[in-house]
Design a protein around this ligand. Structure first.
Ligand code: FE2
Ligand code: FE2
Length: 270
C-alpha cells in the first residue's frame, strides 16, 4: 500500500497552481502521484532502477486488488448508508429521488437544453443520458439506450446510444470541441477503440445524428458546482415523453424490467 504524506504530495505541485485546482483536479493529480510512488516502490523492492510497465505484475492488476473495477455502477460501490425503500409501483421520478440522486450532471444538462430552447425530446434525452452510470459504466451509451428504449421515442434512445461515442469527436457546426477534461481522464494520447470509431462514423451519417450530437453539446455545460436543479422542474416533460408503466418500473414485463429492478434493489443477491 502506498502511503501518501500530504505535505510531500502538495510540494510536488507548483505554487499558484494549487489555488486554482478543483477537488477533482487534486484527486486526479493525487492518483497520478500515487501511481508513480507505487511504480517507484515496486521497482525498489525488486531491486530495479526503474520499474518497467507490464514486466511482472501490471499496475492495473494491482489496482484491482484494492478497489472495485472502474466500470462498476455507483449503486454497487461500497457505501455507509442504507438504500431508501422504493414504493411498490415506482415511477421514473421515484428512481430520480431515491436511486439516481443527486443526479446533478443530467439535471444540469437537461436544464441547459431547456434554457436554450432545444426540442423537448432533447431535454428528455439529456435528462436520461447518463443515469445508467448508477448501474454500470462500461459502454454506458449502449446500456443507457437499452434502459429507456421501451418507454421513449426511438430517437431519444438512439441519441443516448451514440452520445458516448460522439463525445470523442468534435463538430464545429454544433460548437462541440473535444473536452479538455477527457485529456485528464483518458490521457492526451487516448485513441478511441475501433468499435467506438465505427459507431461514430455510423452515427455521423445517420439522419438522426443531431439527436446524439445535441446530447454531447449539453453535456459540456453540465459540470457546474454552483448550480442546483430539482427533478420537479421536469415533471411535465417526463409526463409527455416517458411512457410510465402502470405496474411500476421493474414490474411491467418489458425486456428491461430486470434492469430497473436491479437499480431498485442493488442489495439483493437473487
Ligand atoms: Fe455520457
Ligand atoms: Fe454526460
Amino acid at each position: 500500500m502506498v502511503e501518501v504524506d500530504r505535505k510531500t504530495f502538495l510540494a510536488t505541485i507548483p505554487a499558484g497552481a494549487l489555488a486554482v485546482m478543483s477537488h477533482e483536479d487534486k484527486a486526479e493529480e493525487l492518483e497520478h502521484y500515487m501511481e508513480e510512488e507505487l511504480d517507484k516502490k515496486i521497482a525498489a523492492r525488486r531491486g530495479e532502477a526503474d520499474g518497467e510497465a507490464g514486466s511482472i505484475i501490471t499496475l492495473d492488476e494491482l489496482e484491482q486488488e484494492r478497489r472495485a473495477p472502474r466500470g462498476t455502477g455507483n449503486l454497487f460501490r461500497p457505501r455507509e448508508d442504507e438504500f431508501p425503500p422504493m414504493p411498490d409501483k415506482p415511477t421514473l421520478l421515484d428512481f430520480f429521488r431515491l436511486r439516481f440522486a443527486p443526479a446533478n450532471h443530467v439535471l444540469q444538462s437537461a436544464t441547459h437544453a431547456l434554457n436554450t430552447g432545444q426540442p423537448e425530446r432533447t431535454v428528455m434525452a439529456c435528462l436520461m443520458h447518463d443515469v445508467v452510470l448508477n448501474l454500470i459504466k462500461v459502454d454506458h451509451g449502449w446500456w443507457g439506450a437499452q434502459l429507456v428504449e421501451p418507454y421513449v421515442d426511438e430517437r431519444i434512445a438512439w441519441g443516448i446510444r451514440y452520445h458516448a461515442a460522439l463525445r470523442f469527436y468534435p463538430d464545429e457546426e454544433y460548437g462541440y470541441e473535444y473536452p479538455e477534461m477527457y485529456n485528464r481522464i483518458f490521457g492526451h494520447d487516448y485513441v478511441p477503440e475501433p468499435y467506438i470509431k465505427e459507431a461514430y462514423e455510423y452515427a455521423r451519417k445517420h439522419r438522426w445524428y443531431a439527436e446524439a450530437r445535441l446530447i454531447t453539446v449539453n453535456d459540456t455545460y453540465a459540470f457546474q458546482d454552483d448550480m442546483d436543479v430539482d427533478i420537479e422542474v421536469f415533471t411535465d416533460i417526463i409526463g409527455r415523453n416517458f411512457k410510465q408503466p402502470k405496474e411500476g418500473l421493474g414490474y411491467d414485463n418489458s425486456p428491461v424490467a430486470h434492469m430497473w429492478r436491479t437499480i431498485a434493489f442493488p442489495n439483493r443477491p437473487l
